[in-house]
Ligand binder design. Sequence first.
Ligand code: SF4
Length: 132
Amino acid sequence: MKRTMTCIACPRGCLLNISETDGNITVTENQCSRGVDYALQELKESLRMLTTTVRTSGTDYPRLAVRLSRDVPLRLFPDYMKVISRIIHKGSCIPGDILAENLLDSGIDLISTGAVNSEVAKSNDVDSEKKV
Ligand code: SF4
């Protein structure tokens, strides 16, 4: 078996050559050892960091940027997205805040990567009430 694969572990994007002979997998054209780890993991199962947004309520922005606390199998993205799409974040938060714990009983948390300020939203509400 011979194939090529672009390593996405860093922006350099090395084009890896992967070959398998008698069960031994060889990775070449990698500029560092992370390329080997990436290729071996990809052959086993693709893992990716899921980043998305959740709805907010009573804050200064309608949606908040979020990510999972670690990489998850790509095939499970729809399951995680089903859970995340039901979450509505209320109140202020800053990047790094845990918004939901142990999604799908995986031990993986949902982390905020953005900031929202519920106080700004309250003052905006007051302003809009004054204008009416
Ligand atoms: S092999 Fe190393 S240098 Fe090349 S893209 Fe992967 S992480 Fe970056």
